[in-house]
Write a protein that binds this ligand. Sequence first.
Ligand code: 9WO
Length: 256
Amino acid sequence: MRIDLVSLFPEFIAQLAAHGVVGRAVERGLLSLHGWNPRDYAEGNYRRVDDRPFGGGPGMVMMIEPLRAALAAARAADPSPAHVVYLSPQGRRLDQARVRGLAARERLVLLCGRYEGVDERLLQAEVDEELSIGDYVLSGGELAAAVVVDAVARLQPGALNDAESAEQDSFGADPDGLALLDCPHYTRPVEHVLGTVPEVLLSGNHAAIARWRRQQALGRTWLRRPDLLDREALSKADRALLDDFLADHHEAKKPL
Ligand code: 9WO
């Protein structure tokens, strides 16, 4: 998979490819990252990429031509069709299902805005999709682009080791198509001033451990992200696990 990033901060891209799962995916040839700086395509002595907004108001707006030329250069750099994504709070909210859709593409071009935004005519002409990583305003689209790159890189076959794949499944669609939150994790020491490790995890009973982990994932999802769970869509076994969890949970919370 190829990802081109159009950004005024190309050094940001280099950092992305230097670490972790993204770095490993690049090393293994599963993913290639390319940066395109609109300033390299800006004209005039000052190579300007922004200008004052028509209609007045604070800040500056990114101009059409440097972005358009950078996008044209990115498109021309590879024959595969480019799906252009603009990262902005106005976009559709990114979730794991959308990440899977993006990861299935041959190629993405991520357009990172700065200042107060990008000339709307460029967005209308060049952008296929706007994506948001949350309802907040960042200083630029680059951090949101990094989230997309990381999430997409993790879904490239061969990018994750076994442990990472298992962890990935906690928020991916499991065989039932559910997206569950992760279960709690523990490691040494068993006894600590902050508490002890649930007995079942020390039992060596793999079936019981799997059951406990599934129950914890269901219970935590129900308590923290009920929007992710449709109780009616649960299997009979999952519903029983969840009911047990909630019974214990309410029992534990009953006032003395
Ligand atoms: C700025 C802004 C301010 C108030 C309300 C909405 C707003 N949208 C933007 C905007 O899209 N800005 C552009 C991209 C240019 C300035 C920096 N940019 C940005 C992208 N800020 N925050 C994001 C972003 C991207 C994806 N998910 C969340 C936030």
